[in-house]
Design a protein around this ligand. Structure first.
Ligand code: GLC
Length: 744
């Protein structure tokens, strides 16, 4: 047998045996978990279900907080969060090795959009619609975090957000379940890489289960009340996608759902997640949410809260201390079956085995690897790439952008032009050297503009202040410049957790600054930095060019410069609808028709509209311009009828009709015209990103199958119904380029 033949035989054997190897490894782990479980006392089992946060100075020693360290030593603590750095995690793991059974600790951390290298906020990344880039971003975050001793990230946040008053829209992927599901899966794959247990990967944690983004009035932690049909049709899909992508854990949410707090909600945690979806990982409660059921008025005390939470499938208690304080008594009182405890502990121990921590508790404590990942220049390059793809061009009158370097003088104005840490947004890490690592917008533009362009700067005003004292200086430098770049928006801590805003206008006097600068008659480019859609109608109607820059991360200034000077043709598309005013909220593209849909944007004649506002949003879901223009052909259908085991192909040609090469995100929507429940006027079911050189045409093919037409009916069954459908293609959700077909 020659070597080629031998290779072939060996490959076949490996491929054939691999699944069995996987199964064998799983069986081994199951056996090993059971053998540890059988040795554990009830107290030690409950210890594994107990998680505390650890706080200390960024460079100082671990603070001795209460008897936390004692609980680690005696096996009463299974996991800690906010412990990072190989030095600190090693110290705590050494303590855990002093416990009777030497069960290793799990270290969790909110690595939401980067660790050492900060990537764009997740909502900004979602605007790239680039699943590969989004996965790569999470991959790098995991590589840097795992090198710092972290085993588990509390991410991706996959909550659908239709209300921009809610500050946590910045953490997710916007309003659409289809895009949100694909991004959830991409982030899970990025964090978990080739599998957690590899030292460049972390366990992911899909959160916040469930429907946290539907908090009434956009007020954080507020109640959620909706039909189980809507819950499944819209809000649960990204969690299911994360589970199907193999997410290791979930975190439940603070809100109550139809009167039952998520933490104690058996329908979502037992019936759906661990039942129908066959999820075999574990569920960690969000910070204190078990104990907070007392505030909800659902639990009389921590004793009852612990009973309700474990019964409903919450496996690990983050920071409420209800489990460690009550579960043993609940078992002794016959109120909790030990089987529930064993199931939770089995799930937790299984992950620790899969992470390889029993074989080597210090496998993530590698000083060399930490040093290597601490300042990896390759990671900054990737960050800059993801950041520039996240920028959305909302307006570009008279092709003001890209800026030609023949312009001799740029005035850069605004409270965010020279801001440093604001660029990395909420859920980021304040490293001591941020001031030299984070590329400010001023630095990025100054560097790229080159020496032939003079640049002047004036802050103009603060982010959220009433003083206009800086206006005169700003107007003065604007008058002397050829073009003005105005960087405005929110502060980084005006979005994120517990950052709901009842008023999502530009804060302070910033829009008045825009008016004052525009009054000079100079061309004005506005950069809007925010963690949510903002309301900025005057700016949108008067500034010549607008780039929505979210919070773009460590390389923010360079990414913005890449777009401003045309080194990158902006390709971002909004992952969420931008309202004209708070009064329109909630406003989202996949809404129902109602019995009286407005015929035009200004129709107020006994139709579903406002008498004081146009019916459309300021900018629709999926919207984003390019420096070039794209022309769509009429979509061509392979046939106009299909049955349930059929497929229909839709072909559309897209032509770059402008002067710049560019990338377009071609979106595919359907409308089910008649259903046993009302169906949305549009529903995203596909998209493709296509790069076209100027003048180039490409034909794209989409395929529609029965699964693309399914929805949850009144009885929450996932079905497709015969009838007529419209299919739309276009560059945003307002497209009217459509054809029809019939499902027989
Ligand atoms: C917070 C957040 C959650 C985070 C957890 C740990 O309250 O709701 O997203 O992962 O606590 O920091």
């Amino acid at each position: 047998m020659n070597s080629k033949h031998l290779n072939f035989v060996l490959t076949v054997c490996i491929l054939f045996l691999a699944p069995f190897a996987g199964k064998a490894q799983k069986a081994t782990i199951e056996h090993r978990v059971d053998s540890v479980l059988n040795l554990m006392t009830l107290e030690e089992k409950i210890g594994q279900m107990n998680q505390y946060s650890g706080f200390w100075e960024a460079t100082g020693p671990i603070t001795e907080e209460g008897n936390k360290l004692e609980q680690v030593r005696t096996g009463q603590l299974g996991s800690m969060l906010n412990i990072n750095g190989v030095d600190h995690t090693r110290k705590l793991q050494e303590l855990a090795m002093q416990s009777r059974l030497k069960i290793p600790l799990l270290f969790g951390q909110d690595v939401v959009h980067g660790y050492r290298t900060m990537f764009p906020i997740p909502l900004g990344e979602a605007a790239s619609w680039d699943l590969e880039a989004i996965e790569h971003s999470a991959r790098i975050a995991a590589t840097e975090a795992s090198a710092a001793g972290i085993h588990w990230t509390f991410a991706p946040m996959v909550d659908i957000g239709r209300d921009p008053r809610w500050g946590r829209v910045m953490e997710g992927a916007g309003e659409d379940p289809y895009l949100g599901s694909l991004i959830a899966a991409a982030r899970v794959k990025g964090f978990q890489g080739k599998g957690y247990g590899n030292t460049d990967a972390v366990m992911a944690c899909a959160k916040h289960f469930a429907a946290y983004g539907a908090a009434e009035a956009g007020r954080d932690y507020n109640s959620v009340d909706m039909s189980y049909r809507m819950l499944n049709e819209i809000y649960l899909k990204p969690y299911k996608a994360a589970v199907e992508a193999g997410v290791a854990t979930l975190m439940n949410s603070f809100n109550d759902i139809n009167g039952i707090p998520a933490t104690a909600n058996s329908y979502i945690q037992r019936d759906l997640l661990k039942g129908q979806w066959k999820f075999d990982g574990f569920v960690v409660s969000d910070w204190g949410s078990i104990g907070e059921m007392i505030n909800h008025g659902y639990s009389k005390d921590c004793y009852q809260a612990a009973q309700q939470a474990i019964t409903a499938g919450s496996d690990m208690d983050m920071e409420s201390r209800c489990y460690i304080g009550n579960l043993a008594q609940l078992v002794k009182d016959g109120k909790v079956d030990i089987k529930l405890i064993d199931d939770a502990v089995r799930r937790i121990l299984t992950k620790k085995f899969e992470m390889g921590l029993f074989d080597d508790p210090f496998k993530y404590c590698n000083e060399e690897r930490e040093k290597q990942q601490w300042n990896n220049p390759a990671n900054l390059e990737v960050e800059r790439d993801v950041a520039k793809k996240s920028i959305v061009l909302l307006k570009n009158d008279n092709q003001l952008l890209p800026l030609d370097t023949k312009k001799k003088a740029i005035a850069m104005i605004g409270p965010l032009a020279k801001a440093v840490r604001e660029n990395i947004g909420f859920w980021s890490y304040a490293w001591p050297d941020d001031s030299i690592r984070i590329v400010t917008q001023w630095q990025g533009i100054r560097t790229r503009a080159g020496k032939n362009i003079t640049m002047t700067y004036a802050k103009g005003c603060e982010i959220n202040d009433s003083s206009k004292a800086g206006f005169a200086e700003a107007v003065n430098i604007a008058r002397q410049a050829d073009v003005v770049i105005l960087s405005i928006g929110e502060a980084a801590n005006m979005s994120g957790e517990a950052k709901s805003r009842s008023n999502i206008h530009l804060p302070g006097v910033q829009e008045e600054l825009v008016k004052a600068v525009c009054a000079t008659g100079k061309p004005v480019i506005v950069l809007i930095n925010a963690g949510r859609p903002l309301v900025f109608n005057w700016t949108a109607d008067h500034a010549q060019a607008i780039l929505y820059t979210w919070w773009l991360g460590t390389e923010a200034g360079n990414a913005i410069a890449d777009v401003i000077f045309g080194d990158y043709n902006p390709s971002g598309k909004l992952p969420c609808t931008f309202p004209r005013t708070e009064g329109q909220i909630p406003i989202y593209y996949n809404h129902f028709s109602t019995g009286r849909p407005p015929k035009t944007d200004s129709d107020v004649n006994y139709v579903s509209s406002y008498i004081d506002l146009p019916n459309s949003p300021k900018f629709p879901f999926g919207y984003g311009l390019s420096y070039t223009t794209f022309k769509y052909s009429e979509p061509l259908l392979s046939k106009t009828t299909m049955n349930s085991n059929d497929k229909i192909e839709i072909k559309v040609s897209v032509t770059n009709t402008g002067n710049y090469d560019g990338k377009e995100t071609v979106q595919l929507y359907i409308r089910d015209l008649v259903g046993s429940v009302v169906r949305p006027v549009k529903q995203l079911i596909g998209f493709q990103q296509v790069f076209l050189k100027k003048g180039e045409t490409k034909e794209l093919t989409f395929t529609i199958g029965i699964d693309d037409l399914k929805f949850y009916d009144y009885n929450v069954n996932l079905i497709a119904e015969p009838g007529d459908f419209e299919v739309f293609v276009g560059g945003n959700s307002a497209t009217e380029l459509k054809k029809t077909f019939t499902l027989l």
